[in-house]
Design a protein around this ligand. Structure first.
Ligand code: FMN
Length: 183
């Protein structure tokens, strides 16, 4: 089964630290993500010190596992790099989402566990993180990934919902569409 189908959020971790080469491949996966205009507007902050992880855990009500995870990767956007097109549409949120997901998937490939912690656009989380880690005003923390060897990995789940797939137009069903089966 591919890493996409095996990936689940891991929120409890062993104390075993992550080997350098594994961490580098996880980071590389972030850099390999697709991005609008191929601008790759991301920057990553790798946080390992216990007191720093504990401080980040305090910034969000949903980030307690950071105390346990051996590494936190803050996925940040550099707004000076992200391209804004002629219609003034910013694409960086999609870019940073793709980078975050790539990191989660490579974690699975490496036998690690990870969970995506939402940061941007929560203003309190963004400002607390930026202050502690010295981010300039054109750099924002988009997400934080808690990473480590999993103590518990949730089972894969089958979420495909055939009722939400249409063919050719909204609401249109196709009699010849495959019957989706659990794999
Ligand atoms: C934008 C975003 C923000 C999230 N923020 C948190 C968070 O703050 N804390 C947390 O424990 N999980 C967070 N998650 C993980 C989701 O809760 C999780 O992906 C969802 O429950 C589905 O479970 P699964 O990842 O195991 O498939 C976030 C996921 C996304 C995409």
């Amino acid at each position: 089964m591919s890493v996409i189908f095996r990936r689940r959020s891991v929120r409890s971790f062993l104390t075993k630290s992550i080997e350098r080469d594994k961490l580098e491949r996880v980071l590389r996966a972030g850099f390999e993500a697709p991005s609008a205009y191929n601008k790759r507007p991301w920057e990553f902050i790798v946080i390992t010190a216990q007191e720093d992880r504990a401080a980040v855990a305090e910034m969000s009500p949903y980030a307690k596992m950071l105390g346990q995870a051996t590494v936190a990767i803050a996925v940040c956007v550099n707004l000076l790099v992200g391209k804004t097109d002629s219609k003034q549409t910013t694409w960086w949120i999609q870019d940073l989402s793709a980078a975050t997901e790539n990191i989660l998937l490579q974690a699975v490939e490496e036998g690690l566990g990870a969970v995506w912690l939402g940061w941007y656009p929560d203003e309190d989380r963004v400002s607390a993180f930026s202050a502690r880690f010295g981010l300039p005003s054109h750099v924002l923390p988009f997400s934080v990934v808690a990473l480590g060897y999993p103590a518990k990995t949730p089972e894969p789940v089958f979420r495909l919902d055939a009722d939400r797939i249409y063919y050719g137009a909204y609401g249109k069903k196709d009699n010849k569409a495959p019957e989706y089966r659990r794999i």
